[in-house]
Design a protein. Structure first.
Length: 230
């Protein structure tokens, strides 16, 4: 089994409930931010690392997603009739993603700074890690409501905490997915297994990051990008 990831999974199946009413007739990944759909911001990160495959899961308004993504060379992993959450979605897409570790990337965040996927590629150590998550110091986040998700020790190992926000970009090994009996489940279950084994690590993001999961996040992200280009 290969040890370096060569496939990217884009999470694009959600209903975008927090984005209503913008998502009443448009899937959240197609909502424009700074002149292009959110998912195109994600593709602008995925394409430069030259993956062999880019796969996106779809569920809500899937025809609109297909019309946008297929011409861009993205392979679709439709989730019907039920949405499968992050873990179930990745497991369902494994025949398209291939063997070995993969990148996953959320499509509802915008980054200002180095490409997080390139940082992951350069920091990945498969002998030591089962998962490597890009985590953003809470002070570098924009539009984040509440505390962080994790703390990080001096060896870059993760524990549940409040100081760092998971940015939605990671490399994970996928073998643990097969041990979950449920069809629909979160990747948090896999992270918990990796945490227990001491195999889940963090990469501290040096730039800024904006959550665009709610309408106000659009303007915040656009302001962040303008400031980063000054």
């Amino acid at each position: 089994m290969k040890q370096s990831p060569d496939a990217v999974m884009l999470f694009a199946a959600g209903f975008g409930t927090r984005m209503a009413p913008l998502t009443d007739h448009c899937p959240k990944p197609l909502i424009p931010v700074a002149g292009k759909p959110l998912i195109d911001h994600a593709l602008a990160l995925a394409n430069p690392i030259n993956p062999a495959r880019i796969v996106a899961n779809t569920h809500y308004l899937p025809d609109q997603m297909a019309d946008h993504l297929r011409p861009l060379g993205v392979t679709l992993s439709p989730e019907q009739p039920d949405i499968l959450d992050t873990g179930g979605g990745v497991r369902a897409a494994l025949p398209l993603l291939g063997d070995g570790p993969i990148y996953t990337l959320n499509s509802d965040a915008v980054w200002a700074g180095p490409n997080p996927l390139a940082l992951l590629r350069d920091a990945w150590s498969p002998e030591q890690m089962d998962g490597l998550l890009v985590c953003v110091p809470i002070g570098r986040t924009v539009g984040r409501v509440g505390s962080g998700d994790f703390d990080i020790d001096d060896l870059s190992r993760i524990s549940r905490g409040t100081e760092f926000v998971y940015g939605g970009a990671q490399i994970i090994k996928t073998d643990l997915l097969h041990g979950i009996p449920d069809k629909t489940f979160s990747l948090n279950l896999i992270w918990d297994k990796m945490l227990k084994a001491g195999k889940l690590f963090a990469l501290r993001y040096p730039g800024r990051w904006c959550d665009v999961g709610h309408p106000a996040g659009i303007g915040l992200a656009e302001d962040m990008l303008r400031q980063s280009n000054v």
